[in-house]
Design a protein around this ligand. Structure first.
Ligand SMILES: [Zn+2]
Length: 323
């Protein structure tokens, strides 16, 4: 995978060949989908030759060569665990199939930016994570650890937790006080990825992606109908869910002091698609439909940096008025 300049800035692109022994076709995938596909491919135990199944693709011809591109509904499966895939691989091995790209690294250009890792290897190999900022992890939520504590007051400048003092919110990171604060989700869960059970903090963006709602909206629901437990309804949507998430590694994670991991963003297309667009504009594909860019890329796009969140336009609802 590599980054290339485009009209809308640097974008990830992954290019590879699919072949059946006689014909090969070029595949090009862009954006976060490229990162996800690349991470899937670089799982350490991926058996060779790798059988790739692509669904709902866009076939084009460029310079007399067939090109495979993506649509919003495109899925890519490497070594899907079904009988025909195993049979096909066995047949290729029997006929002495050789990958036309030589080694995988040649075909995929370079190592992925985002590596798919297990909790067990995160814990055992924390020193190998020092150079990494984020990793990709897939886990199931076993339970909510702190049921009473699902949100916090956050600094509008740096997103750190702020202390409520008299009439103001004090941010120790920025060393200044603000008249108002953001309300952000932060839910501590027990997460299991079959290699290890770990505590994971589901941060604001990922909770919004899963639930399609905001803290402000949740608190409003709770105020409107205190009898019905909106909070336990919310937890029901999270417990038992399998989540593929981008994990930001903290200093504590890297030096081995902390095994609480911060999940910041979903990598699960199906959840993205089913989330309620009107309540959570960040995951609404319609937001991007007018941008003139191939939809398949933009479905996976969420405004990237943490900084962009604090720059969003505040509505009345988002602001806590004091005094
Ligand atoms: Zn701050």
């Amino acid at each position: 995978m590599k980054k290339v300049p485009t009209k809308i800035g640097q974008r990830e692109v992954v290019r590879f060949l699919i072949a059946d022994g006689s014909i090969s076709h070029k595949v090009t995938i862009w954006g976060d989908f490229a990162t996800a596909v690349s991470s899937d491919y670089y799982k350490p135990d991926l058996e060779q030759p790798v059988i790739c199944i692509m669904t709902n693709t866009k076939i084009g011809v460029f310079m007399d060569h067939v090109q495979v591109g993506t649509l919003p509904s495109t899925r890519v499966f490497f070594n899907l665990d079904v009988e025909p895939v195993i049979e096909f691989r066995n047949r290729l091995i029997e006929i002495g199939y050789k990958s036309p790209g030589g080694s995988a690294d040649v075909a995929m250009n370079s190592a992925p930016v985002l590596e798919h890792v297990s909790f067990a290897s995160l814990i055992a190999n924390s020193e190998s994570m020092v150079a990494k900022e984020t990793v990709l992890s897939t886990f199931t939520v076993s339970r909510i650890e702190e049921e009473d504590d699902f949100w916090f007051h956050s600094c509008t400048a740096c997103q750190a937790e702020v202390l409520r003092t008299e009439r103001k919110f004090k941010c120790e990171t920025c060393n200044r006080s603000f008249p108002y604060a953001d309300k952000r989700f932060r839910i501590l869960v027990l997460a299991d990825d079959k290699t290890h059970a770990c505590n994971v903090l589901l941060m604001d963006r990922i909770v919004k992606q899963i639930l399609g709602t905001t803290v402000t909206n949740m608190l409003n629901e709770m105020k409107k109908a205190p009898a019905t437990s909106s909070v336990s309804e919310m937890y029901k949507k999270i417990i038992g869910k399998e989540i593929s998430a981008k994990i930001i590694l903290t200093e504590g994670n890297k030096n081995g002091d902390s095994n609480i991991y911060e999940a910041v963003e979903l990598f699960d297309k199906t959840v993205n698609d089913s989330s309620s667009g009107d309540k959570s504009p960040e995951t609404n594909p319609n937001t991007f439909s007018s941008s003139g860019i191939v939809q398949g890329i933009e479905l996976f796009h969420t405004p990237g940096s943490a900084g962009s969140v604090s720059k969003k336009i505040k509505t009345e609802d988002d602001i806590v008025h004091i005094g």
